[in-house]
Write a protein that binds this ligand. Structure first.
Ligand SMILES: C[S@@+](CC[C@H](N)C(=O)[O-])C[C@H]1O[C@@H](n2cnc3c(N)ncnc32)[C@H](O)[C@@H]1O
Length: 241
């Protein structure tokens, strides 16, 4: 899957994209992450990408012309028609289902805003989707873009190595993940649950399912209303309650 990020601060992405799963995914050919400097699409000596807002008020607004030119150029860099996402606190909430949906696409272009945001005509005419990573305001779209790329990229087939590993994670269905432990089996008297040490596959599976349900009920009960609850889940929930 190919990601193109359009930003006024390309340096922010350098260390990030050359580490860990993203680096391995790119090396293995599953991912391509390209970063484009918005200033490369200006034509004045100051490489101006922002201007004062019409009507007055504080702050600056990203201009439409460099973004339009950048998007045109970036679109032409690969044959597939991309989804073009504007990162904005006013967009649709980004959840695991969004990540899963986007991970099925061949291409994603992400536009990072800055300052007071982008000229409204970008939103109206140049992007296909608007995404928010939460109900808070960040300085720029770079951290939201990293969150989106990270969440999407790890769902692209082959990237995690073991295709099954995202399946039991939090939100893969509307449930949180079960607690995880590693060695030692005891530390300061704090013991790993006996079920996990039993070596008994079915006991481990049941314990994990129970803990997923218990944890979701305690922390995010509203998720459980969306989960498909099996007969076994009902029995486990009855034990929990
Ligand atoms: C300071 S914000 C602008 C906020 C804008 N004035 C508003 O009130 O909606 C600058 C940029 O950061 C990015 N941004 C900030 N918070 C975000 C969020 N929660 N989700 C996605 N992008 C965000 C957007 O790209 C935005 O254009």
């Amino acid at each position: 899957m190919r990601f193109d990020l359009i930003t006024a601060s390309p340096g922010i992405f350098e260390g990030w994209r050359s580490h860990s799963i993203l680096a391995r995914g790119q090396a293995a050919g599953h991912l391509q992450i390209e970063v484009h400097d918005l200033r490369d699409y200006t034509h004045d000596r100051y490489r101006q990408i922002d201007d004062y807002p019409y009507g007055g008020g504080a702050g600056m607004v990203l201009k439409v012309e460099p973004l339009a030119e950048a998007l045109d150029a970036v679109r032409g860099m690969a044959p597939e028609e991309p989804e073009v996402v504007l990162l904005t606190p006013q967009g649709e909430p980004f959840v695991q289902a969004t990540a899963r949906e986007l991970s099925a696409l061949p291409r994603l272009v992400l536009v990072c805003g800055r300052y007071e945001g982008v000229d409204e005509r970008v939103r109206e005419h140049l992007v296909t989707r608007e995404i928010s990573i939460g109900d808070y305001v960040l300085t720029g779209g770079e951290v939201p873009a990293m969150a989106v790329v990270d969440a999407v990229a790890r769902l692209v087939r082959g990237v995690l190595g073991d295709d099954a590993s995202p399946e039991e994670e939090s939100f893969s269905e509307p449930l949180l993940e079960y607690p995880q432990y590693t060695r030692p089996a005891e530390f300061h008297g704090w013991r790993v649950p006996a079920e996990l040490l039993s070596g008994h596959h079915e006991r481990v599976r049941l314990w994990r399912r129970m803990e997923r349900l218990r944890r979701t009920l305690a922390r995010r009960p509203e998720l459980l209303r969306r989960a498909s609850v099996s007969e076994e889940d009902r029995r486990l929930l009855a034990r929990i309650v």
